[in-house]
Design a protein around this ligand. Structure first.
Ligand SMILES: *Cc1c(COP(=O)(O)O)cnc(C)c1O
Length: 413
């Protein structure tokens, strides 16, 4: 047992916040330089963003793709395409990025939170079914950390009620369910190209769909609803400028051919780490359904605080001592406990659109969310990267094993 107390020499892991962990290079530089030399930096006139959209649609195996300025903008455009009435309800998860939630409020709809599976943090068909109401206008599912939701069950439920599904794939590029690309199951799929995602343009997003009419509305929403190319164009409805620039489009075009390899490396490394973490009391490796391909935006452990003193937070502290910056709890609290939602801080003092909500729709009593609170209490998020070597993986594995055994001592494990 003394072996586990042997100091582990710190190792600096590649980071997705700088060149050490970003797969950016000459391909992007050449394309961005070409965009700049062309003098055309708007996608309404240039070719790069359009080319990125076409190629991305092909890779996902879907009919239409429209790029935009961020993942949040992508979600906003998808909701705007569905066009809820004020006070309509959109069922979603309390464990997601705030950028997937505020667009619901901007479109005058009410986010109705469903509970999640305590193992994966993902919504399930059963948890969504509990929150359906006659006012449900859409469902937004986040494939958390790149681990797919059960799109077979969720798709069946949604079709039976004729409710559109928006897939938030910001963390799930090239993830699969039953050998089909995540993003192609829902009515609309949304991706982010923010700095820390699988591929990046700094900021950026893209919406995909097989529904031509909805895809057209996404395009219009990102373009102030101006009907470019129409016989008598007008600003057809309330909309914004959420366009991706040609600089981002050129960068995205450079990133795209690298995506498959980025995903493959992340998956292979994750499988290796999972194999070397088996049998550690109190430490659960990621649960992935046998039908699914998880693409590991991050690598998450579930920590049992009955065995590990201090639980995920305790593990995080010990890992920090050897320079591993993990994130216990992912987000510190469910989204419905954040001020914007809990205190209804929206437009002036109006609290709109919460003023339109059914009381049950905005009841955030913890008893309704056992999976959500359990998941957040147990999860320890490890940074993940396609540049991890065997050395990095060994370092992570021994640091995690060492921390877990140290914190389990005296707990009868
Ligand atoms: C990153 C992210 C978003 C928002 O994307 P931005 O590009 O940061 O606006 C939305 N949903 C999820 C799940 C994300 O991870």
């Amino acid at each position: 047992m003394n072996m586990v107390h042997k100091p582990i020499p710190p190792l600096v892991l590649p980071s997705d916040q700088d060149a050490s962990g970003r797969t950016l290079g000459d391909e992007e530089i050449t394309l961005v330089a070409e965009a700049i030399r062309s003098g055309t930096l708007t996608c309404t006139k240039g070719k790069f963003t359009r080319e990125f959209e076409t190629r991305f649609a092909t890779l996902i195996g879907i009919g239409h793709a429209h790029a935009c300025s961020s993942g949040s903008a992508a979600i906003h455009a998808a909701i705007a395409a569905i066009d809820p009435e004020p006070g309509d309800e959109i069922i979603t998860s309390g464990i997601t990025d705030m950028g997937a939630l505020t667009p619901i409020l901007y479109q005058g709809a009410i986010p109705v939170f469903a509970d999640v599976d305590a193992r994966t943090g993902n919504l399930t068909a059963a948890s969504i079914a509990e929150r359906l109401s006659p006012k449900t206008k859409a469902i937004i599912v986040t494939h958390l950390f790149g681990n797919p939701c059960d799109m077979t069950a969720i798709g069946e439920l949604a079709r039976s009620r004729d409710i559109p599904v928006i897939e938030d794939c910001a963390q799930a590029f090239f993830a699969q369910h039953r050998n089909q690309a995540i993003g192609s199951f829902g009515t609309l799929g949304c991706f982010s190209l923010q700095q820390g995602k699988h591929i990046t343009t700094g900021e950026g997003g893209i919406v995909v769909s097989n529904d031509a009419a909805l895809a057209r509305r996404v395009y219009l929403f990102n373009n102030k609803a101006w009907g470019y190319g129409d016989p008598s164009p007008d600003h057809y409805f309330l909309a914004l400028n959420y366009r991706m620039s040609e600089l981002q489009g050129a960068c995205a075009l450079g990133q795209l051919p690298k995506l498959e390899d980025v995903v493959q490396k992340r998956v292979e490394s994750a499988q290796k780490l999972t194999a070397s973490l088996q049998g550690i009391p109190g430490v659960e490796t990621p649960f992935v359904a046998s039908t699914d391909k998880h693409v590991f935006w991050k690598y998450c452990l579930n920590i049992d605080q009955a065995i590990i003193t201090g639980g995920a937070v305790g593990m995080g502290k010990v890992l920090k001592e050897v320079g591993i910056a993990s994130a216990p709890r992912y987000i510190q609290k469910p989204a419905f406990r954040c001020e914007v939602i809990a205190k209804q801080r929206t437009f002036g003092k109006s609290r709109w659109p919460f003023t339109l909500a059914r009381p049950e729709a905005i009841d955030y009593d913890a008893a309704k969310f056992p999976g959500t609170f359990t998941y957040l209490e147990r999860v320890l998020v490890l940074p993940w990267n396609e540049r991890y070597t065997e050395e990095h993986l060994d370092f992570l594995a021994s640091a995690i094993r060492g921390a877990a055994l140290r914190l389990a001592e005296g707990n009868g494990a």
